[in-house]
Design a protein around this ligand. Sequence first.
Ligand code: HEC
Length: 120
Amino acid sequence: MLKSKKLLLFLSVSCLLEADNASSLLFNGNCLTCHHETKTVSAPSMVELRSRYLSVFSKKEDFVNYMSAWVEHPNAKTSIMQDAIKKHALMPDLGFDKEVLRDISTYIYETDFKKRGGLY
Ligand code: HEC
């Protein structure tokens, strides 16, 4: 009895980890080509982007709703980073799926890119 409970706990923990890894892969595959983690090259870095969004949307729900809707159809009028548009031009509409963008935005909200120690 005790053993099966432990197994269940283990299974749910590994599911959580997998969900997190999936969002991380989606993010890495779709966004990192332009948005490096700490360096601003052809687009604002993730550190900059995340802190700008956090300063406007401190609640996770607002952050995720706004970011996923914006990235689905980038629009200069609703951008909160007008200076970035002037510098790099508007982000292209890349036809991402809304649900995928919600996962990616949640991942961005939860990730401290300064501490991630990635390759970029
Ligand atoms: C082809 C290059 C490219 C890719 C790929 C890309 N971006 Fe961008 N993105 C940009 C550029 C350039 C800007 C800066 C100009 C702007 O804000 O439109 C930007 C700006 C943004 C902004 C700021 C929005 C604002 O308020 O102005 C967000 C959020 C964002 N990107 C999220 C993402 C996410 C999430 C992904 C992956 C799903 C992604 N981007 C993939 C080029 C890209």
